[in-house]
Write a protein that binds this ligand. Structure first.
Ligand code: URA
Length: 235
């Protein structure tokens, strides 16, 4: 693929802007400056650098973000900064989108990608992808509450009861709940249906993939092939 097209595909700007980057001698491959924008390079395992910052070519972007509270998943946020402010601008430019959303006050595992099929696969409620949330509540939670969540609670505007796939009580005001749909404010509404209220909501896992313990809040990393395999490895 031509170098100017490679840069464009990786979110370094328009074709014209990428051509200018190359002509300004800001792009290197294996330490050598490439001055001709039409230079053809194999993209397999390609690592190039722009202003000495290395960047690996990726046909599609798969990203995991440890979302902090106080950020909206929307690109055009209303009241809080967007999660996209936590990512390099190249990801926004190549049209990476959130795979399902977390509320602004929720934290935890957020997937992002520019692969439309991937986004649909992992955000569609029809696919029954398990998502596990750690929840803190305003009032105590009981075994009876857990049983109600497992049996299904009626939410406003839903034709049928909505149920949790798994519930574990972790403390007087703490539980972990796994759901397989992605309805609007689903966890908060399910806890609300018990007459209780969520005070903290943290997503621990999606499919077979858990939030890495060593990834601090606000930080992101690429998902590699092993992570994608782990994502898909769930019952
Ligand atoms: N359910 C909610 O209510 N909020 C979230 O952020 C995620 C799931």
């Amino acid at each position: 693929m031509q170098l100017e097209k490679i840069l464009q595909s990786q979110g370094f700007g328009s074709r014209k802007e990428c051509r200018a980057l190359i002509r300004d001698e800001r792009v290197t491959v294996n330490g050598a400056v490439i001055r001709d924008p039409s230079t053809n390079l194999p993209t397999d395992d390609l690592v190039f650098a722009v202003d000495d910052q290395p960047w690996r070519y990726r046909a599609q972007a798969y990203v995991l973000l440890h979302k902090p509270a106080g950020h909206e998943c929307s690109r055009v946020p209303t009241f809080h900064p967007s999660v996209f402010t936590l990512l390099p601008p190249q990801l926004a430019l190549r049209d990476v989108q959130c795979v399902g959303r977390l509320d602004q006050d929720s934290t935890g595992l957020l997937l992002l990608s520019d692969d439309g099929q991937f986004i649909h696969r992992w955000s569609s409620g029809k696919k029954q992808v398990p998502k596990c949330y750690r929840i803190e509540t305003a009032d105590p939670v009981s075994e009876a509450d857990a049983a109600r969540l497992l049996a299904g609670v009626q939410l406003e505007d839903e034709p049928a009861p909505v149920l949790a796939r798994a519930v574990v009580l972790d403390g007087s005001h703490q539980l972990r709940m796994t759901i397989t749909e992605g309805k609007y404010h689903q966890v908060k509404r399910m806890i609300g249906a018990l007459g209780n209220r969520v005070t903290r909501l943290h997503r621990e896992s999606v499919g077979g993939l858990s939030l890495p313990a060593d990834l601090p809040e606000g930080q992101w990393r690429w998902l590699e092939a092993a992570d994608l395999a782990q994502l898909a490895a769930y019952d």
